[in-house]
Design a binder for this molecule. Structure first.
Ligand code: AMP
Ligand code: ZN
Length: 124
């Protein structure tokens, strides 16, 4: 992803993280996705999975994103397991996508929160 990509917003915090302009602790990366530890974790495991393409939120997702979103969903259990979430059903994880101001979204680049690990958690 370069600054010239039409899918990159130079003012977006997560686009800057993808571009390595802001440091992050990487969990996973491929051509389409980036995952990194949340800077303020709620749970023993708490990372964010984002598409490299700048999509503002779930509110902007359309049928045209179906294949991309399918691949994103399929990454969740793999990365959760690799990050230390114990197996289902005793373990598991929580998948959260805040959308818009009333949905509690602070960073306007689509992201999945993936949280897990032994309870109690700080929140959630
Ligand atoms: P949301 O409120 O759903 O938009 O979530 C945004 C998340 O991004 C929060 O959980 C923040 O802790 C996290 N966050 C903000 N800045 C950074 C950063 N530089 N590196 C990692 N996580 C961040
Ligand atoms: Zn972005």
């Amino acid at each position: 992803m370069t600054d010239h990509s039409p899918n990159h917003d130079p003012t977006c915090l997560f686009c800057k993280i993808i571009a390595k302009q802001i440091p992050s602790r990487r969990v996973y990366e491929d051509e389409e996705f980036y995952a990194f530890h949340d800077i303020a974790p709620w749970a023993p495991v708490h990372f964010l999975l984002i598409p490299k393409a700048h999509i503002a939120s779930m509110a902007q997702v359309t049928q045209g994103h179906a294949a991309l979103m399918g691949r994103m969903m399929a990454l969740v259990p793999v990365l959760a397991s690799q990050a230390g979430c114990r197996p289902y059903p005793e373990g598991g994880f929580r998948l959260v996508t805040n959308t818009g101001a009333e949905g509690g979204q602070e960073v306007r680049h689509l992201h999945f929160h993936i949280m897990g690990g032994p309870r109690p958690w700080l929140r959630g």
